[in-house]
Structure formats: structure tokens, C-alpha cells
Design a protein around this ligand. Structure first.
Ligand code: CA
Length: 418
């Protein structure tokens, strides 16, 4: 049992009802206040400057790591250290810790979330995107190939993935310009060049790794948890028309690498342990190196909303991370089975997460069924894909026994083509 996960712990910091940031969460992020950048956690609406906490001598490790502008240095200390620090934070802010509660100096570390700018939490070294939701792969297969053979023959044997681009992964609040590129809207006519017309989100989650093993070594499904630091929400922006024309034979390229947006708080895998749930039934049987323990999926409620400019949002999807066919342990085992090494700060996304029900589809491609159906917005307009000046908002949280461990939001406004 991880100490900080104890559901009986209460904190002396005020937390509003249904806050994503319970005292059992204790995520990590990089915050900026005025000119100071520091490693932070969040409890309720209070952002805690962990560098200040460290300077006051509350942690068992050196303070310098908390003055960093990225979590990579913290992750390089390994799982035991990051787990200990999370437990220490839990103890500092425990309601029974009278000594600390009345410490005036510590108050300096507490900042209202509204006064804080959240920065990119991790310097992402390599980014891999999987394709691990069966319903999503099935839907795409139905639309573009054949409903009777929607899944390609390899899909239930291999956690399919591709190497994406790390430089264009940006934090919530960073706007994305509509990409331009080549498209081929009509089969019988030559391609055209211009702004993407079928701009889409992909509802995904990503995990961030600790330093892995040496080149040539593999990480087993049993070992995988020890190499995963935490998770965030991941909006993998996609230009469907550019993708359709360019993806043969080597897969996605410019349709994907113009931007992916993440939520700023990295929720540790430790904090998510209480929300484990059964993995998907896998048939046919998987290879031995992909076999894993039963309770390896995680029950995380996911939501997507579209907010046209100057008006209310409309929720267009309610999905769940537990729908994954291949889980993180299997993804990481597969990624390294050939000896590929992973580094601290690598990011691996799940692939679009769609549930069986239409209301749980994780992309506009599926929600509008390739543009054949419109979705009504609260302001009376309609969407098949994402329009200029729309803001896409993704949210996610796990909840059990009235304890919520959430991710907050990833909020991205789409600007016109540059
Ligand atoms: Ca994707």
C-alpha cells in the first residue's frame, strides 16, 4: 500500500467538492509565477511551490531538483524517490500535521491556481503513438476499408504504433494553427494544396517513462510499472484529409506532427493504482511476452467538449481509458522487446480511446462518421470537424470511495491557417 493513497487522509488545505486534486492525487508539474519557474504539485485550487518546501527542509532529497524547468531531472531519480517525495508531500499537508500547518514560512509556498501559469511539464525526448483501442481501430477500418475485415490481421497480435514527433507536443493553453498541406479530395482528380478542411482531435492518454534499460534489453509486462512515472491527457491533433493522401506506404507524417496537446499535471502511476481494473479479454491468445496480470487497465472517465468562440461548450464524447485493448504494460513490453531503449521523459500515447457506444467515440472522424453526420452545438451551429477559433477541451478523472484523482483539463484553441 502506497502511504499517500490512504483514502482516510485529509488535508489542512481547503479542497472544493469534486476537485480533481484531492490530497490522494499529488500530481507533479512545472509552474511559473512572475519570473520564477519551479516544480509544483496541486491540492484543490492551491499550487504548491515544491522548491520553497524543499528550501525549508521538508524533503529528504536535495532541493535543486525542484528548481528545474522540467520534470526530467526528478524522474531520473527513479520510482522509489518520486514515490517517497509524494508520500512526504502527503504528510506535510496532512490535517494532523499541526507543526507544519502553523508554520508561517510554508505559507509562502502556497499559491492560488489562478495566479499560476503552467508550463510544459516534461522535455519529451521521444514520442510514440499507439493504436490500442479496438473500437477506434474497428470504426476506422469500417469507414476506410471493409466492415467485415475492419481490423487488420496484425491488430490483435501487435500493439500497433508509430514514432511521432516530440518537438510539437505542447501544454494546455497553447493555440494550434490549422495546418496546410496536400490533400486529394476527389479520387479522379489531381491533389490540391491548402488549409486542412478535416481538422480533428484524438482523445488519448499518454504515459511518461523513467529511464529504461540499456540498448538491447527489454522491459517485461511485470516490470513495466516500475518504468512508468505517470500520465496526462493527450489530444493528438489530426488532419484527416492530409493523412488520407500521405499515409501510404509509411504511415502518418504531416497530418499528425503539427501539434499534440497535453494537460499540465502529470498524475503518477502510484496515484492511479487504486483505480486499476480488469484488462480486456484478448482473443486470440497473445504471445508470452505480452501476457500480463489481470488488473492492468485503469478506470479513468474521459470527456471531450467543443467550445465555439464566445459561447458555451458542448460535450461531444464521454469515454473511458479502461476500454483499451492493449494496456500500458503490454505497450511498453512490446516497444522494448526488440531491444529498443527508452529514456526518462519519453512519452507514449494510447491511441484514440473509443467506447462501444457512439457517445463514447474519441474523434470527430468517428462522431461524424467521416463527415456524414453533423453534431449540434449549443449555439445553434453544427460541426463535422473542428472549425477555426473553436476550443477543444478534454477532461479526465478516476473516482472511487468518494476520492477523486483527476487530470484537470487540456484546453486548446484552433487558430486559422498561418
Ligand atoms: Ca493518435
Amino acid at each position: 500500500m502506497i502511504k499517500a493513497n490512504d483514502k482516510n487522509i485529509k488535508t489542512w488545505i481547503e479542497i472544493s467538492e469534486n476537485s480533481d486534486f484531492s490530497i490522494q492525487n499529488i500530481p507533479f508539474g512545472i509552474a511559473k509565477v512572475k519570473d520564477e519557474v519551479f516544480v509544483a504539485t496541486r491540492i484543490g485550487d492551491t499550487v504548491v511551490n515544491l522548491y520553497t518546501v524543499a528550501r525549508l527542509g521538508h524533503f529528504s532529497i536535495e532541493k535543486e531538483v525542484f528548481a528545474s524547468c522540467r520534470l526530467n531531472d526528478f524522474m531520473l531519480l527513479g520510482k522509489q524517490v518520486t514515490r517517497d517525495v509524494r508520500n512526504e508531500i502527503s504528510a506535510i499537508f496532512n490535517v494532523n500535521n499541526e507543526l507544519v500547518k502553523n508554520n508561517k514560512e510554508l505559507q509562502e509556498a502556497l499559491i492560488n491556481a489562478s495566479e499560476v501559469e503552467m508550463l510544459m511539464p516534461v522535455e519529451v525526448g521521444d514520442y510514440t503513438d499507439f493504436y490500442s483501442s479496438e473500437q477506434h481501430a474497428y470504426n476506422v477500418g469500417c469507414m476506410f476499408r471493409d466492415p467485415n475485415n475492419a481490423l487488420l490481421p496484425n491488430w490483435k497480435y501487435i500493439p500497433v504504433g508509430y514514432h511521432g514527433r516530440a518537438s510539437s507536443i505542447v501544454v494546455s493553453g497553447t493555440p494550434i494553427n490549422r495546418p496546410k498541406g496536400q490533400q486529394k479530395p476527389k479520387d479522379e482528380e489531381p491533389p490540391v494544396f491548402g488549409p486542412c478542411k478535416l481538422l480533428d482531435f484524438e482523445l488519448e492518454m499518454a504515459f511518461i517513462t523513467y529511464e529504461g534499460k540499456a540498448l538491447g534489453e527489454s522491459i517485461s509486462t511485470d516490470e513495466a510499472d516500475d518504468y512508468i512515472f505517470g500520465m496526462c491527457l493527450f489530444n493528438d491533433w489530426s488532419a484527416r484529409d492530409i493523412q488520407k493522401w500521405e499515409y501510404v506506404p509509411l504511415g502518418p507524417f504531416l497530418a499528425k506532427n503539427f501539434g499534440s496537446s497535453i494537460s499540465p499535471w502529470i498524475v503518477t502511476l502510484d496515484a492511479l493504482e487504486p483505480y486499476r481494473t480488469k484488462r480486456s479479454v484478448q482473443d486470440p491468445k497473445v504471445f508470452d511476452y505480452l501476457k500480463c496480470a489481470e488488473e492492468k487497465n485503469i478506470d479513468i472517465n474521459l470527456q471531450v467538449a467543443i467550445q465555439p468562440e464566445n459561447t458555451k461548450e458542448t460535450i461531444v464524447s464521454n469515454s473511458n481509458y479502461k476500454y483499451m485493448y492493449w494496456n500500458m504494460n503490454q505497450q511498453l513490453a512490446h516497444h522494448t522487446i526488440n531491444g529498443c531503449n527508452i529514456k526518462a521523459g519519453d512519452m507514449m500515447a494510447s491511441g484514440t480511446i473509443s467506447g462501444n457506444d457512439e457517445s463514447a467515440y474519441g474523434s470527430m472522424l468517428e462522431i461524424s462518421w467521416k463527415g456524414t453526420k453533423s453534431v449540434a452545438m449549443a449555439d445553434g451551429t453544427e460541426r463535422k470537424f473542428i472549425a477555426d477559433n473553436d476550443t477543444v477541451i478534454m477532461r479526465g478523472y478516476a473516482e472511487k470511495d468518494d476520492i477523486r484523482v483527476g487530470f484537470g483539463e487540456v484546453v486548446t484553441k484552433v487558430l486559422p491557417t498561418k
